[in-house]
Design a protein around this ligand. Structure first.
Ligand SMILES: [Zn+2]
Length: 299
C-alpha cells in the first residue's frame, strides 16, 4: 500500500532476509535465482494493454501515482523477477511440498491497473498458470497480510478451482474492499488469541468447502504490533504460531504450499527481515517434518 517516505526501505529488507537465509540455513535449503516472467505469463493475470503499458513505461501520471513508485526499468525487472520467483517456487513446491519465494505477495495489483506498490500479481498469475496446466489442481490462496488481497480476489473471481481467503484489518487499505471467497475482517488492536482463533475457524471452514491441492500463503508481517501501518497487535510469537498453523493446515490437506513474503513496514529493516526470516524457518521445519522426519520414521 502507499507509504509515506519515512516508512520506505527500498528493497533493503529483502537483502537482509537473503543474508539471514544464507548465513543460517546454508546447506539445509537450496536457494535459486529468479528468472524474469515472460510477457505471456504476465498476461495470464493482467490485460494485454496493461502489461504493454508497464513494460513500455507509458503509464499516465495518475496511473503512476496509484502504483506508488516512479516507473523505471529496474522497477519493472524487479516486478517481473518477483513473478518469476513465485512461478518457480510453485514448480518446486509440487515436488518438495513446501517452498518459499523470498519476495512476492504483490496482492493489490489488479487485472488492468497497478495499486499500492504492486505492479503484477504474482500469486494470481501463478494460480492461473497452475489451473491451466493441471486440470485437477484446486488452488487456495490464504492471504494473511494485514491488507486485504483485493487484486487477487478480483483476478481469481471467476476461477472455479481457485478459492481466496483473506484475513485483514477492516479499517486498513484498500478502503474499498473486493470480495474474496471468504473475508475475515479484524478490528484495530486485535491480539494473538483472537487472531489465531479467527484464522483457525476460517481454515476449518475452507477445509469443509474446498479441497485444495496447492496453497499460496501470503505471509505478510504487517500484522505485527510494531508495524507502522498495520493497526493490529500481534506479537512475534503470535506470528510464528500463525505461520505454523498455515503450514500445518497444508499438511492436513496433503496440499503443496508456496509462501510469499508480502508486506512489513516497521521502523527497522532488520526487525522486519527478522519476522520474514521466522516465516522461512517455520517453512523449513514444515518441509523437514514431511521430507526428512517421516522418512526416518518409515525406516
Ligand atoms: Zn500489507
Amino acid at each position: 500500500m502507499p507509504l509515506p517516505q519515512r516508512h520506505r526501505f527500498p528493497m533493503q529488507k529483502y537483502h537482509i532476509l537473503r543474508s539471514m537465509v544464507d548465513e543460517n540455513l546454508l546447506g539445509r535449503v537450496t536457494l535459486e535465482s529468479a528468472r524474469l516472467a515472460s510477457r505471456g505469463e504476465l498476461e495470464l493475470g493482467h490485460s494485454k494493454e496493461y502489461v504493454e503499458k508497464i513494460l513500455a513505461g507509458s503509464l499516465t501520471r495518475r496511473e503512476v501515482q496509484k502504483m506508488g513508485f516512479p516507473w523505471s526499468t529496474n522497477l519493472v525487472s524487479r516486478a517481473r523477477q518477483s513473478v518469476g520467483a513465485t512461478l518457480a517456487a510453485t514448480e518446486i513446491a509440487k515436488k518438495e511440498k513446501v517452498s518459499i519465494s523470498l519476495a512476492g505477495g504483490t496482492h493489490h495489483a489488479r487485472y488492468e491497473r497497478a495499486s499500492g506498490f504492486c505492479l503484477f500479481n504474482d500469486v494470481a498469475i501463478a494460480t492461473i498458470s497452475e489451473l491451466r496446466t493441471n486440470s485437477k489442481s484446486r488452488v487456495l490462496v490464504i492471504d494473511c497480510d494485514v491488507h486485504q488481497g483485493d487484486g487477487t480476489a478480483e483476478i481469481l473471481l471467476e476461477c472455479e478451482r481457485a478459492y481466496t481467503l483473506s484475513i485483514h484489518s477492516a479499517r486498513n487499505f484498500p478502503h474499498k474492499k473486493a470480495h474474496s471467497d471468504y473475508d475475515i475482517e479484524l478490528l484495530d488492536g486485535t491480539e494473538d488469541t483472537e487472531y489465531l482463533e479467527k484464522l483457525s475457524d476460517g481454515l476449518s471452514r475452507v477445509k469443509d468447502e474446498f479441497d485444495p491441492s496447492l496453497i499460496f500463503f501470503n505471509a505478510g508481517v504487517d500484522v505485527h504490533k510494531n508495524d507502522r501501518l498495520g493497526r493490529l497487535n500481534l506479537s512475534t510469537e503470535g506470528l510464528r504460531q500463525r505461520d505454523a498453523m498455515v503450514y500445518n493446515f497444508a499438511r492436513t490437506c496433503s496440499a503443496s504450499l508456496i509462501a510469499v513474503m508480502g508486506g512489513g513496514y516497521g521502523s527497522s529493516a532488520v526487525q522486519i527481515a527478522g519476522l520474514h526470516y521466522q516465516t522461512v524457518v517455520e517453512a523449513y521445519r514444515s518441509w523437514k517434518s514431511i521430507n526428512i522426519d517421516s522418512e526416518s520414521l518409515a525406516k
